[in-house]
Design a protein around this ligand. Sequence first.
Ligand code: ADP
Length: 188
Amino acid sequence: MARRAFQAVILGPPGSGKGTISQRIREHFGLHPVSCGDLLRDNMCRSTVIGRQAQVYVVQGRLVPDDIVSGMILSELRALGPTPWLLDGYPRSVVQVNALALHFPLDTVLELQVPTAILQQRLTSRWLHPGSGRIYNTEFNQPLVQGVDDITGEPLTQREDDRPKTVARRLELYAECTKPVIEYYMYV
Ligand code: ADP
């Protein structure tokens, strides 16, 4: 019988470093990172049906409805076939946990824990070069010239959902919605 690919989930609040850690796991263990937030932003950029449906929720820091997100993620995972993967940013609700469990067994679940005050500070000081996705942080990873991308010299922007008011809302939402997800995985 053919062995199936290694399949894993990484959980952690916004700003906990899921993207960075996923990248390291890719380099060391070859797990392909699948980021729900990146997929949503890519769909929004390309103005796909999913992107247009998701936009209103994402800019307000609200969770995108489960059926939209699950449809997008499950088709992405199917397309990966036998490639081992690490899912980031999904599932974020018990409905999403069940949608995933129905189609894909998991080998491991990682959870990153970071104090709220540090998350708040990290997120509101995060700046982005929209063309490349390069991320800077005015606290600990500053660009060479303030407000400008190191490679292209183009201006940096702040993600609309990284502004202070939206950040507070995203952190509250994460705690509220993801707690039952973490509890679920602790006891399975
Ligand atoms: P962060 O982890 O920093 O919140 P993401 O890039 O993971 O950022 O997500 C950005 C936004 O995309 C979220 O604020 C939310 O609106 C939406 N989103 C991402 N993942 C999900 C999900 N699993 N379910 C619903 N909405 C999601």
